[in-house]
Design a binder for this molecule. Structure first.
Ligand code: K7E
Ligand code: CUA
Length: 656
């Protein structure tokens, strides 16, 4: 619930009283600081509402995509302090992610695309794992739009444990989204290609050869891994499926996806064809896809076909079995967001100033009733008016919608650079479907997020606007500028509805986040140190072959050299490693530390090796000592007063 709100209010009142008191008393420090810095009363309120004293933790944690930086960010709310980044698709040296350690190499290699190393990703939509439609704080999933991959991150150590490459698609956008108990992780495609994309077909055969798809990755909660063999995809018409959302409560078992380019435009501006931007926006309506996932999972058991080693339900089977229905939706929509009770789907059309709200009950009734209308692929099209519940005019360029605990929805308005607050009808809010308030943001907002805002029980108080352009907000760091996350007070408290106000700007200077989710901090229970010394984060278990204290050694077997090393403040053991040029080196290193934050680095210059060994962690590196010379390795994490002394000599002797 809204626990910190009254507290914030109390602090605010106290401070303002202090300011007022001291003003009358001849000028307080707060007053004079504010005056000196040119801060308004509202600035002071905002500062007091977001300032988080040293040692205080934020009540919410925001998990942010890192855009084409290929990472995740972990940010405290309301302080908007960046706590860490998480290497996902992109190597990241601080975390030793992708710089020699076997565990990270295995994860990154699993994301290779048909044998090609791909070492970046375009992360769009993080999805926290859910239990009964509530974030459970166990995992987060994130898609790579560029290469159609899905990553699995464990929130016990905030490290990436798995990357799976979609064998059908070369790009995705409708992911990651999870079903209410995280049995399935959704990955919808975007730009249609032949299925799989690696089977060539000329673009002149677009309508017959190119297809869309949505993939349902099976998640195994015990193993904390996606199981590709139990996953399946649905073949879809070659419209560009965009964002999806999983049904919940009332609509659990269903999935809803937007699409655009139902025109099936194929571009070719250089041949005098309309450019994609025009060609895909000709029709007034595109199709909202409603998919019966529960039934599809059953049908896939018997009717799926093998495509590139992956189970795919042919479109004909989905039509035959009643797994797929379309509803017209205002053209070029973007977000499809299911309301907290699962009773409505909110669709925002980039080119339409309204949000359109569909009723799950009406959709079911329309399916029951049946329809003669079909698209050109034979997919039944339900009647727009029969399935629509309401439309609310919000402003220009509505994209994404999130919810609060008092029956409101918040929608980002890209073209208006604003956030709109509106009331939900049904039994959410007495006002019915109505625009209440909007606040300008700086600038060009994309996604939007509220605390637990897409779960079955959203919190309130905050809205975070993810702005694409920051323009004049910060010092200009050359022509490339950061994105701007803005923290907004939603203006709603226990039935009182006031104006929203922007409280804080947070520049994001690394990648372009698309979407975030905000979880209550007390739902997370991360390790302080790894549970046992010799821990392999790849398997989340002790590695029986990890180096142990007192058993450090170097063993040679022909030209294979195996080293068991330990690290503890402030030395490695051993400190000399002598090999012959051409030797195969296998090096196990364990950080023996048992105190929080006592991380050691292991950097071996010239060999592109850099590990981050958190307390208890064990890593293994394998390489060929192909370059002769004297290589000084050292601990790259400033761990102690004698940190510079924490080093060793790796001596590679050339043949005589
Ligand atoms: Cu940028 Cu969700 Cu990929 Cu909208 S998406 S903004
Ligand atoms: Cu260990 Cu620096």
């Amino acid at each position: 619930m809204n626990r910190s709100k009254p507290m914030t209010a109390v602090v605010l009142v106290l401070t303002l009283t202090l300011v007022a008191m001291s003003c009358s008393g001849g000028g307080s420090e707060v007053d004079s600081i504010a005056k000196e810095r040119g801060l308004s009363q509202e600035d002071i309120e905002n500062a007091v509402s977001t300032y988080t004293p040293s040692g205080e933790h934020d009540p919410y944690i925001m998990i942010s995509s890192g855009g084409h930086g290929g990472q995740l960010f972990v940010i405290g709310v309301p302080s908007m302090r960046l706590l860490r980044s998480v290497g996902v698709f992109t190597p990241e040296p601080w975390q030793g992610w992708g710089y020699g350690g076997e565990a990270s190499a295995a994860v990154l290699d699993a994301g290779n695309v048909e044998g090609k190393e791909v070492r970046w990703g375009d992360t769009h939509h993080p999805a926290l794992s859910e239990t009964k439609g509530e974030y459970d704080g166990q995992m987060v999933f994130i898609n790579d739009k560029a290469n159609a991959r899905m990553a699995v991150v464990d929130l016990r150590d905030f490290e990436t444990k798995q990357i799976v490459k979609n064998p059908l698609a070369i790009n995705d956008h409708g992911g990651a989204f999870v079903t209410p108990d995280t049995e399935w992780v959704l990955e919808g495609g975007t730009y249609a290609t032949p299925l799989p994309w690696s089977s060539y077909a000329p673009i002149s055969e677009y309508q017959s050869q190119y297809r869309g798809m949505i993939t349902f990755w099976k998640f195994d909660r015990e193993a904390r891994r996606i199981i590709p063999e139990q996953s399946f995809a649905m073949e879809l018409p070659p419209y560009w499926q965009d964002l999806c959302d999983a049904g919940k409560l009332e609509s659990e078992g269903w999935v809803f996806c937007n699409s655009f380019n139902t025109e099936m435009a194929t571009g070719g501006i250089e041949q005098g064809n309309p450019p994609f931007e025009a060609g895909v926006s000709e029709n007034d309506m595109d199709y909202l896809h409603a998919i019966n996932l529960k039934k599809a999972a059953e049908v896939a058991q018997t009717q799926a076909q093998d495509v590139n080693g992956f189970k795919v339900l042919p479109l004909s089977a989905s039509i035959q079995e009643g797994l797929l229905y379309f509803m017209p939706e205002p053209k070029s929509p973007h977000g499809a967001d299911v309301t907290p009770k699962g009773d409505f789907i909110v669709v925002a059309g980039k080119l339409d100033p309204h949000v359109t709200i569909y009723s799950f009950e009406k959709i079911q009734a329309a399916i029951e009733k049946g329809t003669d209308e079909k698209d050109q692929f034979g997919v039944p099209v339900l009647d727009f008016d029969a399935t629509k519940e309401a439309q609310v005019e919000l402003g220009l360029g509505p994209l994404h919608t999130q919810f609060d605990n008092e029956g409101h929805a918040y929608t980002s308005l890209f073209l208006d650079s604003a956030v709109a607050r509106w009331s939900l009808g049904g039994d959410y809010h007495d006002e019915g479907w109505e625009l209440e308030n909007s606040v300008p943001v700086q600038y060009n907002i994309g996604h939007i997020s509220t605390p637990e805002g897409d779960t079955v029980s959203p919190d309130g108080q905050y809205v975070v606007a993810l702005n694409k352009w920051s323009i004049d907000r910060f010092f200009p760091t050359g022509p490339l500028l950061p994105q701007n996350f803005q923290l907004i007070d939603n203006g709603v408290s226990e039935g009182q509805e006031e104006d929203m106000r922007v409280m804080y700007d947070m520049p994001i200077g690394n990648g372009e986040p698309h979407s975030v989710q905000i979880i209550k901090a007390d739902k997370l229970d991360p390790f302080e140190i790894y549970p046992e010394v010799g821990w392999d984060p790849g398997t989340m278990a002790v590695n029986p072959n990890a180096a142990k204290a007192g058993e450090e050694r170097i063993e040679r077997n022909g030209n294979n050299v195996e080293i068991w090393s330990t690290a503890i403040r402030s030395h490695f053991n051993p400190e000399h490693v002598q090999v012959q040029q051409g030797d195969n080196v296998t090096w196990h290193i364990t950080n023996l530390e048992q105190s929080q934050d006592a991380t050691h680095g292991f950097s071996l210059p010239g060999y592109n090796i850099q590990l981050s060994l958190e307390p208890g962690e064990a890593e293994t590196i394998r390489f060929v000592a192909d370059k002769p010379g004297i290589f000084t390795w050292y601990c790259s994490e400033f761990c102690s007063a004698l940190h510079l002394e924490m080093m060793g000599y790796f001596m590679v002797q050339p043949p005589a």
